[in-house]
Design a binder for this molecule. Structure first.
Ligand code: EPU
Length: 449
């Protein structure tokens, strides 16, 4: 296992390119299961999650090749396999996005349930509800979802849940409906740009989906889908993470390959906090002209502030004078980073699905533990802003979803090293603090006079 050693206190400066979106690439790769002919994808990021899905698709009979020019080609060679094994699915929950495509194209899917998750409860009841409405027979056996249907049939589906819409649930049901017999309507569909990117690539494959980017989708089923050549949208969460890192270090950073229209809520919030965000063609420049201000943040489904930026925003707000309240309405338990930020000296306490934070005091480096992908990014940002060295353990979480993050940060001037997790890797500066306190006075029992 690797860890990061981050030396804080340097303002990030320079220019880097944002990679293609992980969460758009994954369902689009899975949709290749439904295509006749090769799918060619550009700007698929090189990440652990992409490798995991590639391995899974390979076991499902898809030839996945990374070409020398960086493009990925996927071609289904056999319609036989339909089992997504636990060993592969448990590594990455997004593997569930093969469920809809497998069922629609091969008539049968046997996909392991992913199990527990560090960011809270993550049921897939809405995925199953949508697929059942399309006529699938579904049962759970030995930890696997077994779904069967000779041919799915179009229908009306409401996909809203207790926390709003579902991103991968919409992807699964929308993808499956493209090959159904007749028209499907989905109400309370997720509007995230990643869902739109999947929908656009499906349409380019021959699907007929209308209403992308709105909560109401109309899908006219077709007989077959062809392969497609498609460029994945820029990763809005990586863009937001780098913007927040620039702001937390009071740097000046230009990001290339950014879709500002996907980042409205993030940019609005950053401006409220006192960060200057200036679009420059397909790039954006971020810097902090004055003191950072506290702000309340509520993570909501798109177009609200993304839950995937909640941890990073919290790290930024530790640097902003005053009280901020950060609430997550998508994953109300997504606060594993909070006690780690407290280890760095942040003053935060949790109240239900909110964290109350008193910012503006310097953080000081310490050893911390990453618990999930975005929490890791939040801790890296806090480490960059802290005084001294911070060690972030379990960064395999971060490798799942950020392409060469430490290389990009280093290119912006950050002092960040990846080393093997070993007691010798812990810098001396992080040894137990010197105990300069006066010796404790022994407690003496004094009987009452
Ligand atoms: N939910 C249900 N039932 C369902 C599905 C979801 O109640 O059947 C609930 C969830 O428990 C959650 C809310 O609905 O409270 C939203 O979950 P959603 O299904 O939208 O999440 P997801 O599709 O599993 C994707 C991203 C996550 C991102 C969320 C929210 C991918 C591969 N993952 O997950 O990304 O946080 O949407 O935007 O697209 C990440 O990249 O680090 C990450 C966790």
């Amino acid at each position: 296992m690797d860890l990061f050693v981050v030396k804080g206190g340097t303002s990030l400066r320079g220019r880097v390119r944002v990679s293609g979106s992980k969460n758009a690439a994954l369902p689009i790769m899975a949709a290749a299961l439904m295509a006749d002919g090769p799918t060619i994808l550009h700007d698929v990021p090189e990440l652990a999650d992409v490798s995991s899905l590639s391995s899974l698709l390979t076991t499902l009979g898809v030839a996945v090749v990374r070409r020398t020019d960086g493009a990925m080609t996927l071609e289904s060679a056999s319609d036989e396999p339909c089992v997504a094994h636990y060993d592969l699915v448990r590594k990455m929950r997004a593997s569930v996005c093969v469920l809809g495509p497998l069922l629609a194209r091969r008539g049968r899917a046997c996909v392991s349930l992913p199990g527990g998750c560090n960011i809270g409860d993550r049921p897939i009841d809405l995925h199953l509800k949508g697929l059942r409405a399309l006529g699938a027979e579904i049962r759970i056996e030995r930890g696997y979802v077994i779904a069967e249907a000779a041919r799915l049939t179009g229908t009306s589906i409401y996909l809203g849940g207790p926390f709003g819409s579902t991103v991968t649930g919409t992807c699964n049901v929308m993808a499956a409906a493209t090959l159904a017999n007749g028209v499907t309507t989905i109400e309370a569909a997720a509007c995230e740009p990643e869902v739109v990117d999947l929908g656009n690539s499906l349409n380019a494959m021959g699907a007929r989906i209308e209403g992308l980017g709105t909560p109401f989708l109309r899908i006219e089923g077709v007989e077959r889908l062809a392969g497609v050549e498609h460029t994945i949208i820029p990763d809005r969460i990586e863009a937001a993470t780098l913007m927040i890192a620039a702001a937390a270090t009071r740097g000046r950073v230009t990001l290339d390959n950014v879709r500002m229209d996907h980042l409205t809520s993030v940019v609005e919030k950053l401006r409220e906090i006192g960060v200057r965000v200036q679009p420059r063609g397909a790039a954006v420049e971020v810097h902090v002209p004055a003191q950072l201000q506290s702000a309340d943040c509520v993570a909501l489904p798109y177009p609200g502030l993304p839950t995937d930026t909640q941890a990073q925003m919290m790290s930024l707000l530790t640097q902003a004078q005053g009280i901020s309240i950060v609430t997550d309405k998508v994953f109300p338990d997504r606060f594993m980073h909070l006690p780690e930020l407290v280890r760095l000296g942040a003053r935060i306490r949790r109240e239900g699905s909110s964290a109350i934070l008193s910012g503006g005091r310097p953080l000081s480096g310490a050893c911390v533990m990453a618990s999930d992908l975005r929490a890791s990014a939040g801790l890296v940002i806090a480490g960059l802003a802290a005084e001294g060295e911070t060690v972030i353990r379990r960064i395999y979480h971060l490798d799942r979803g950020y392409e060469r993050l430490e290389a990009k940060l280093a290119a912006l001037g950050a002092t960040i090293r990846r080393v093997k997790d070993d007691p010798a890797a812990i810098p001396e500066s992080l040894a137990v603090p010197e105990d300069n306190a006066p010796p404790l006075v022994p407690w003496v029992h004094r009987p009452a006079a």
